[in-house]
Structures are given as C-alpha cells and as structure tokens.
Design a protein around this ligand. Sequence first.
Ligand code: PCA
Length: 212
Amino acid sequence: MKKVLITGFEPFGGASINPALEAVKKLDGVQLEGGMIVTCEVPVTRYEALDAIMTAIEVHQPSYVITVGQAAGRTGISPERVAINVDDFRIPDNGGNQPIDEPIYEDGPAAYFTTLPIKAITRKLQENGVPCQVSNTAGTFVCNHVFYGIQHYLRDTDVGHGFIHIPLLPEQAAATDQPSMSLEVIVEGLRLAAQATLENKDDIAVGAGQIC
Ligand code: PCA
C-alpha cells in the first residue's frame, strides 16, 4: 500500500492556530484509492522543521510527501511550483532565528521545482469545487525552507515531494480583510491532492501561468 505523507506546521508568529496542523489531524490514516495518508506535525523552526520531516520519511517510507503550511492572503489552495535557495525571514521563527539572505544549502542549486503533479492536482480540486491555483512563490520563510530542504534531501530518490499553501481559517480571518477557507474544504482539498498525486505519475500539460 503506497503511503502519502502529509505534514502540517504548528502555529507561528504569536498565533494559536495553524490550519495546516488542524487539517493533518483530520487526515491521519485516511484511505485513498491505491494508498493511505500518514501525517506528521512540524515545528516552525528552521532546522528542526527539516529534522521532523526527515524522521517521518524514514519511519513511514512514503512514496510521496506533501508538506503543507498556511499562507495568509491566499484565496485558494495553492500547490507551489518552485523552492528557492534562500532564507530571508521577515519575522523570527519559533526558535528566534531570523536569517537574512542566507542560502539554505551553500552548495545547493538556486532552485528546485516541485516533483508533484501540480497541474493535475489543481484540475482535480477545481473539478470538485475546491478553489485551487498554482503558485509561483512559496516565500522566503520556513515553508520555502522546508520545500527546498526536502527537495534537496529527496533529490536522488524516486519519492515525489512538493509544498502546498492553504488559506486562513474563517476564525483567523474574521476580524481582518483576509480571505479564508473552512477546515472541511481544506481537508477535502488536501485529500484530493493526495489522490491526484497517486493517479498522475506524470503531470498533465495545462496552462496555469501568470502575467505580472
Ligand atoms: N506558514 C509559514 C511557515 C509555517 C506556515 O504554516 C510560511 O509560509 O513560511
């Protein structure tokens, strides 16, 4: 049985909730056609985050890894296209680290592309009524750090990996002008993303480009 490891970050920046963590709590053990979901909780701390995910990969031996984090301002679930080799933290992480323009790996390439079928994921979510758009930036905070670091870790394996950002929950956005998505829709979107990953070894060729 193929395993899809879905990871979720703990709250950060003084918040008490992170939709990624709430979602993975509901996804643990969920059966897919041709596989099942396993999960792990990830600290929002530069190095410890990678350690937690690498340990979970060693324990579960998944065929695919989907790392998930919150992105305030996103209107839909956002499969990320590219991770870049830079840490430039606008706020300190939960360990107090605030690097400026430091490489994640000195000898690493400038960027890694996702190895998840992000166009197939996007189409499956949209067809099932879940707002979803490909994103071309995962930022320069801990989410990008994890995206880049796990791509680097898995670079010589056939384990697929990519990062998905999700919107705020309604209770996080209620007193702001930020968009939000219910936990129920986020959980269903991530389940569909895992299913689409199992169903599409190669991505489909459909446009999702942006003009600035
Ligand atoms: N979002 C942050 C880090 C943890 C999370 O859930 C980010 O986008 O970098």
